[in-house]
Ligand binder design. Sequence first.
Ligand code: WT7
Length: 647
Amino acid sequence: MAEAIYPVPAEWAQNALIDEARYQQMYERSIADPDGFWREEGQRIDWIKPFSVVKQTSFHEADFGISWFTDGTLNLSANCLDRHLAERGDAIAILWEPDDPKNPERRITYRELHEAVCRFANLLKARGVKRGERVTIYLPMVPEAAVAMLACARIGAIHSIVFAGFSPDALAGRIQDCDSRIVLTSDEGLRGGKKVPLKANVDEALKACPGVDSVIVLSHTGAGVPMAEGRDIDWASAVAAQPADCPPEEMRAEDPLFILYTSGSTGKPKGVLHTTGGYAVWASMTHEYVFDYRPGQIYWCAADIGWVTGHSYVVYGPLMNGATTVMFEGVPNFPDASRFWQVVDKFQVEIFYGAPTALRALMREGDDFVKKTSRKSLRLLGSVGEPINPEAWSWYHEVVGEGRCPIVDTWWQTETGGAMITPLPGATALKPGSASKPMFGVKPMLLDNEGGVLEGATDGCLVIADSWPGQMRTVWGDHERFFQTYFSTFAGYYFTGDGCRRDEDGYYWITGRIDDVINVSGHRMGTAEIESALVAHHAVAEAAVVGMPHEIKGQGIYAFVTCNAEIEPDEALRKELVQWVRHEIGPIATPDVIQFAPGLPKTRSGKIMRRILRKIGENDFSNLGDTSTLADPSVVDNLIANRPQPA
Ligand code: WT7
């Protein structure tokens, strides 16, 4: 089948930082001579003490280890702020757009941001926060969230951001796992005109976290919230009392920068740990090359800071590069489906980076919401978080970008720190739906299920053959789990968990997760997590969760639930279970379908055959495969006969 190819527009080929020839030459060098390549790219950072060693890495069990720029020292907040003050102190660092367009935006210069970060860093120190300590951040999309991140980086504390849509239980689990004794939050969050009771959630979570002795509370909506004497302090007044200067701590390249929890195929969410030097080089380099970023351009990544995209491409990457980064508190369809493009016009955004799920939702509202805005400022569009289907790609390209803006479809993961497979706008001809070519230093390979290397045009399991600077370094508190999760499936390779196709032109097409992880609206969910939330309900004996195709979300959540013997499942229980999961994990885990099942398809040894459940979830009963090994094959017929149709 012939695929559409969009050649690099001539202006881009001429003016971009990297054209096709340069991409080839730099890519080849990055693979053939990683030490030389990264020694040069490493110069983009202001090191306090320059590094002499570059790459010390092995994915093999015998000498496993990942260390980059090991003997260099730096401070990441100084790289995001101090280094810009002389030349760009009065340039806007953060352009903040509130949830409600009737409220005023905020424009924060590099100098103002520097001062806010220094004051907040001093406040953290005054609360006893030390180097290496974990600070939990549970804040809405407000500039103070970036201030908090940079203040942690300034004093060498490790931030752990918990997405403000997560439940008190999920928050508590993350606070406990990394043993943090300080939490930063706000009275409330605002999303699409609705209030989110963040402080109340923190109070609820802290019932299970006796170790927390400090909560710093930002007054955002002005709602009066109860403050616990001795534990809770008001952000604004505490900050005002702090000095406006705080010298940056000298950190080693491999000192931890942040923890970010993400879901895997088993167990509770893992604390993905990123360190300082390699992450800094990777976030800044990928931000510059993928978006062809030049200082002065207005850049907007519409991700929340609760996800890695917000870490690398709202805060760290852009600020290291002296960018004006837009931070948006709201949602794409409030007050209506024009909002994204109104904000583009208001701030004259040149580069917009968003998620396919939002585009699909907006596409459904019709072109008028787009067409009544100008969007003349846009020159480049980006996509992230899940595969972008060709229909959404074309809509993004033709309607939003009026055919004039290249689309960079960036494949990466929380674990990878930044973009791994992506077009570069001046170098890569685009194929809708393909993340295309590897970033410098990234060596993707496709393996068969037995670990055999596949060459040429083929489908396989996507692995990365060698380390890159932005790679995660460990799972917080469980280095063995790090090795087991990523390096034991295929010895000597980093296993991504994704399936992938490579075409005749060497383009990569991510086909989706091949483990028990589902991608709901670009958010990663472990099916095991949802299952354990379900079985925690008194009525539930057993649960199995699979992904199902969903027009807007990419994947929806399909749960098979077996109730305890004395329970008669009904509509009321179905609703209760949906609420239960929302309460246990958060609204992003809301099941789309719950099917009550008297039994689940199991092998004689008692293993649930998920392959069959996935097929039922997909409403595809044609290729159920071999069911003869099931303990009771009639279970499957029952499930098919009683499959509820989603609303
Ligand atoms: C998983 C990682 C990338 C940061 C935000 C999500 C899927 C991500 C793409 C893309 C196809 C994609 C993969 C990956 N994914 N980007 N451009 N095309 N799939 O990070 O929550 O760690 O999820 O998202 O399945 O493994 P994450």
